[in-house]
Design a protein around this ligand. Structure first.
Ligand code: SAM
Ligand code: SF4
Ligand code: F3S
Length: 473
């Protein structure tokens, strides 16, 4: 039987049935909202901005959808499967609406633009449709919907970054937080819907990013992940200081806030990641040695059709450079099988690239044509689904072997680990991650979340390292 679990996990990930456990003014909200986020971490970070806007306007968060006056679903369009998952949830909410007149349901995020008329008029599934750049208008749109009108705003902006809004952390462990540093994407990879759903790339004011990270540290957080579709093209001009802030400089400024604050980032584009970024990672102990570097295909011919603007050789040279400057760096990727015209030879090139890179982690997908993208307009989606899935399975099998080998190679080593939570399998154990993003479980002892501990690894499974505290490396 075909095992597509890697793809499934990613698509079905509901990144937190969002819940703000604290109400800002002592839990005296008259109305409550419930929010679910699908898709990438940026969507999850957006839900935290939405939560902040709603808190300011008198709505408290609830994690129980049946108690909500307002249900929001922050959607993803990246693959057809992601959209189907959202549709299923919307039918559940439709039932809730029938049982509770006055309940408002809104669709946010990347499905908003493309499906607004279908959701609002044809299927009458929702009361509000709000695109990713319109969240400031939520309060007025809610008022509009309360009068029985269909409320919609899906306009994309060239400059909205929500930089001045302090996100309300949802479902937080109080240790790790996402920080959006930019929005949109200018890259136009031919398979990808993001430039259409999220608009032009824009970078957020560096001062507001640094302030958010400092505030997080003061609140007890110990790790920030700087988010953007292409973080390496972050670019912001500080007019007051007359300086230009690149991604490397931004990361350095965040790292300098405190050695206690770990810095991660995602996603890096192979065409844009610079030596300056790699040297900055090497310079600061608290910038994690982990790079997510999506390759998409190992065939230069397919990469060209995908409009990725690099070749197989260019990508390999980047990986070599990463390993030269950061010998212990964890490396992960995204790959797509069965893109338009992909031959067995192209697929073998993806396999051999995976062999070469030996990734710690890989998110693997089969190609899903997205309406409106360059590929949908220019190329035929000509690889039959069983072939796409068979090729995907071959990559999954190879990756499983590599990730197990990566885990086994860590046995016997000692790592500095940030403690992030209680193990799901055993409440007498805690877990955390090392610099290279690997999860390590260990006996609870008297350790607390947010502390750093040195762990010596003595065993592993395919996904987890198992360790014991030691005094130091
Ligand atoms: N910005 C990142 C980059 O440049 O790689 C990726 C962003 S996208 C949200 C996450 C991943 O989804 C992509 O790297 C790609 O592998 C996958 N993806 C995007 N469009 C897809 C499609 N039409 N079919 C299958 N997978 C897709
Ligand atoms: Fe999509 Fe490419 Fe932009 Fe990533 S870089 S979001 S894959 S267009
Ligand atoms: Fe999905 Fe939009 Fe993110 S399409 S992957 S939620 S940018």
């Amino acid at each position: 039987m075909l095992d597509l679990s890697l793809q499934k996990e990613h698509d079905e990930q509901r990144q937190g049935e969002a819940f703000a456990p604290f109400a800002l003014d002592g839990n005296h909200y008259k109305k409550h909202f419930y929010i679910e986020s699908y898709g990438c971490a940026m969507n999850f970070a957006d839900s935290e901005v939405v939560a902040s806007i709603l808190h300011e306007n008198g709505y408290g968060a609830t994690k129980d959808e049946t108690l909500a006056d307002l249900i929001l679903i922050n959607t993803c369009s990246i693959r057809e499967k992601a959209e189907l998952t959202v549709r299923k949830r919307l039918t559940t909410f439709k039932k809730l609406k029938r049982a509770k007149p006055g309940l408002l349901v809104g669709v946010l995020g990347c499905m908003a633009e493309r499906l607004k008329s279908q959701f609002l008029e044809e299927e009458k599934l929702v009361d509000m449709v709000i695109g990713p750049d319109s969240y400031r208008h939520l309060p007025s749109l809610i008022e509009e919907a309360e009068t029985g009108q269909k409320a919609v705003n899906v306009l994309l902006s060239r400059d909205e970054t929500y930089g001045d809004i302090a996100p309300v952390r949802l479902n937080s462990n109080g240790v790790n937080a996402f920080v959006s540093i930019m929005r949109g994407c200018n890259n136009m990879c031919s398979f990808c819907v993001v430039p259409f759903t999220r608009g032009r790339e824009r970078s957020r004011d560096a001062n507001s990013i640094i302030k958010e990270c400092k505030d997080l540290l003061d609140e007890g957080y110990r790790e920030v992940t700087l988010l953007g579709q292409n973080v390496d093209s972050y670019y912001w001009i500080d007019e007051a200081q007359g300086t230009t802030i690149t991604f490397a400089l931004l990361m350095e400024k965040v790292a300098q806030i405190s050695p206690l604050l770990r810095v991660r980032f995602s996603t890096s584009h192979p065409k844009d990641i610079t030596d300056e970024v790699l040297f900055t990672i090497a310079k600061y102990e608290n910038i994690c040695n982990y790079i997510h570097l999506p390759v998409q295909s190992g065939s230069s011919r397919v990469l060209q059709l995908m409009n990725r603007t690099y070749s197989r050789e260019w990508y390999i040279a980047k990986v070599d450079r990463i390993r030269e400057i950061l010998p212990d760096c964890g490396l992960s990727t995204d790959m797509i099988t069965g893109f338009c015209t992909e031959t067995e030879e192209d697929h073998q090139a993806s396999i051999s690239l995976m062999e070469y890179c030996h990734y710690d982690l890989a998110y693997l997908y089969f190609y899903s044509e997205r309406p409106g993208t360059l590929a949908a307009r220019r190329f035929e989606d000509d690889i039959p689904e069983p072939i796409k899935k068979r090729r995907l399975q071959e990559l999954i099998d190879l990756h499983r072997q590599h990730s197990l080998e990566c885990m086994q190679s860590e046995v016997g080593k000692t790592f500095k680990v940030l403690i992030e939570g209680t193990s799901k399998k055993n409440d007498q154990e805690l877990y955390g991650r090392n610099d290279q993003n690997k999860v390590i479980v260990f006996p609870r002892g008297n350790y607390q979340l947010g502390e750093y501990v040195y762990l010596k690894v003595h065993a592993c499974t395919a996904g987890t390292l198992i360790g014991e505290p030691v005094s130091k490396k």
